[in-house]
Design a protein around this ligand. Structure first.
Ligand SMILES: [Zn+2]
Length: 450
């Protein structure tokens, strides 16, 4: 069915669609889930992680109380205790010596899967490994005059409470809250504690590579790395915002996911503002979400509002620099957006099988004709648009259970369009935007010299 939107026809044709009856903007189940995030539990997890003294990927696995071996066993057991619905396991790889990995080593991500009705997956993640550089990041560059990488002994203190005990605690606490919520999610949720981030995102890259090879439908990755402190090393403080980084171009799935976080977190945690950052990560710095981007998945990176560089990657990254209330708000932002996305239908497909956008100028040559493939479970769709020169959607319209809409007299050259899928309760997917595929030019043929 086609919706033709014109001033005189909206009402008449509106009757042909079946938009959901008025539903509240907030789902009471999600309100309850967001409220269940416990500051007390986040603090307890952080203190327990700190007590392992180091979680360096190359630290000892022989001690029951210290080092990465003890830490990963504890994380595994803790997540197993949350709910029988959680499938908790190690995701293990044998890594050869390379770069900052100075010897062959077995590495283990710790993952907890909460099966949903469908196989599409939403990840919430952090990295549980830590690193300390002699002198901390202040001792940069990381290489000496001979070009050799500078390492502290991997068994020396590297508490990593903010980097990234904070993201690990957030991930674990959301594993508890989601698995105990009793909510029947459409998407499968994966709570992932990555390892070997500090040496080159190895845990995340190996997992993402495997997922891509196995055609796992990863729809979104919410990666949290350094999200527990709200006081900058320069003395500034900001406990009311969180930065969300995403790779471009403008309407990439990662950018759509970032806008989604801002749109939906605001409904449940209105006091905490999401600040969208139109770049993959902080300047010249990286994190595990980029590993998922590398293999074609939508992934964003959450970063605290202000950083204290003097503590990162040093023995000074301790609990006393954490703002528990701030970390709790950041966890709630993640929970609100991830729960909404996991209850929504998958985003509509707005391309042909050959990757061409299903956006045209018919019927009048100067109209916008938006078509998309129906999303399983969708009861309605919402279309979005904005002028091409603009970062955020400016207009949206609920259009019922259609798979085509015509917006008369709107030149598709001048606007970006997108569409999201909604279930009958109003849970909305992120927006699939109509974008031009990269132009592939054939090689230029030159005539032979005369
Ligand atoms: Zn980190």
């Amino acid at each position: 069915m086609v919706w033709r939107l014109a001033a005189v026809s909206v009402l008449v044709l509106g009757l042909q669609g079946s938009p959901p009856a008025a539903v509240p903007d907030r789902d009471p189940k999600i309100v309850t889930l967001v409220a269940a995030v416990s500051q007390e539990r986040l603090v307890a997890i952080l203190k327990r992680l700190e007590a392992f003294q180091t979680r360096n990927t190359l630290s000892t696995v022989g001690s029951p109380t210290r080092g990465i071996g003890a830490a990963r066993e504890w994380i595994l057991g803790e997540m197993q205790s949350y709910s029988p619905r959680l499938q908790v396991s190690f995701d293990t790889y044998r890594l050869a010596a390379q770069g900052r990995i100075t010897r062959d080593v077995e590495i283990r991500n710790v993952m907890a899967v909460l099966p949903g009705r469908s196989a599409r997956r939403i990840y919430i993640s952090g990295h549980y490994d830590t690193v300390a550089i002699a002198g901390g990041d202040a001792a940069n560059p990381l290489r000496n005059a001979q070009g050799e990488l500078l390492f502290a002994d991997p068994d020396s203190p590297a508490p990593g409470v903010d980097d990234d005990g904070s993201g690990t605690a957030l991930t674990m606490e959301l594993a508890r809250v989601f698995s105990q919520s009793g909510i029947d999610f459409d998407a499968t949720l994966v709570f992932m504690c990555h390892v070997a981030e500090e040496q080159g995102l190895f845990g995340a890259r190996l997992h993402a590579q495997k997922a891509a090879a196995d055609h796992v439908a990863i729809e979104a990755v919410f990666n949290n790395d350094i999200v527990g402190g709200d006081r900058g090393g320069d003395g500034t403080a900001d406990g009311a915002t969180i930065r969300v980084y995403s790779e471009g171009p403008d309407d990439s799935p990662s950018r759509a996911l970032a806008r989604y976080v801002e749109r939906w977190a605001a409904r449940y945690v209105p006091s905490h503002r999401v600040r969208l950052m139109a770049r993959p990560d902080r300047f010249l710095r990286g994190g595990d979400h980029s590993a998922y981007n590398e293999f074609g998945f939508a992934a964003v990176g959450f970063r605290e509002s202000r950083e204290d560089f003097s503590r990162q990657h040093s023995a000074r990254d301790t609990f006393d620099d954490i703002s528990p209330a701030y970390l709790t708000e950041n966890a709630r932002v993640n929970a609100a957006a991830a729960a909404t996305l996991a209850l929504a239908p998958p985003p509509p497909v707005v391309t042909t099988a050959r990757g061409q956008p299903t956006l045209g100028r018919t019927p009048g040559a100067y109209d916008a004709d938006l078509r998309w493939s129906a999303s399983p479970g969708a009861a309605a769709y919402r279309i979005f648009w904005r002028p091409v020169w603009g970062p955020d959607w400016q207009h949206d319209l609920l259009v019922g259970n259609a798979t085509e809409v015509v917006l008369p007299d709107m030149q598709i050259d001048d606007y970006v369009f997108g569409v999201a899928a909604l279930d009958a309760a109003g849970h909305e997917s992120y927006v699939s935007a109509y974008v031009e595929p990269p132009r592939q030019n054939p090689p230029i043929a030159l005539a032979p010299e005369k």
